[in-house]
Design a protein around this ligand. Sequence first.
Ligand SMILES: NC(=O)c1ccc[n+]([C@@H]2O[C@H](COP(=O)([O-])OP(=O)(O)OC[C@H]3O[C@@H](n4cnc5c(N)ncnc54)[C@H](OP(=O)(O)O)[C@@H]3O)[C@@H](O)[C@H]2O)c1
Length: 198
Amino acid sequence: MNILLIGSTGTIGKEIYNTLKDKHTVYGAHRNSDSYPIDITKPDSITRLFEKLPKLDAVINASGTAVWKPLSDLTTEDYHTGIHSKLMGQVHLVHIAKDYLNDNGSITLTTGILAEHYEPNAVALSLVNGALHSFVNAASHELDRGIRLNVVAPGAIAGDFPKDQKFAGYFPVQINEVIKIYEYILTSTLTGQTLKVY
Ligand SMILES: NC(=O)c1ccc[n+]([C@@H]2O[C@H](COP(=O)([O-])OP(=O)(O)OC[C@H]3O[C@@H](n4cnc5c(N)ncnc54)[C@H](OP(=O)(O)O)[C@@H]3O)[C@@H](O)[C@H]2O)c1
């Protein structure tokens, strides 16, 4: 498969890259990449990279941020950071990727446990994660040519977070358990699904 992986140097992305690179042709992209630069907050930047690549069988995104603060400190601007990056960045990606994928291609987004479990200082992340789950559920019905759209919602990754300390009520998850799900989606028939790993 030809796979575009966005966020390929991150905690999650680099493990996806290392797992898939010997089995597929993987284009590892991120903002500071020399070979495959992309900024998901900028639709022009997304289109520019797709124009440069051959036709793809799958796109995986493991990038996007939001602001960590308690509710009482969150400003409109803080909310907009997450909406602009993690939410609309991934929404733009779907709009553009669908025209560059081969028939039956796969798009996989990333959210997280905070969509449905509370953690202090994470309200702005919960907002965008929840919105993305609703988006994937609905938008998947309107993709043609057999293109599939799913989202992986990992718990906190052990290593990034202390493995013996609960995050959002759950212990952190092993990165390999999370990567298995991204890999499984590639050859599955799933669409419109939120795959929770926690
Ligand atoms: N780590 C966790 O425990 C965890 C758990 C659940 C969910 N998540 C979610 O999973 C996603 C990835 O998390 P992570 O911890 O792996 O992130 P990370 O370690 O901070 O890495 C982020 C990756 O994305 C790239 N990136 C950042 N902003 C970008 C943009 N606007 N456009 C394109 N690439 C961009 C970064 O490279 P450049 O800086 O070069 O762009 C890097 O490759 C996030 O949405 C996060 O909320 C993480």
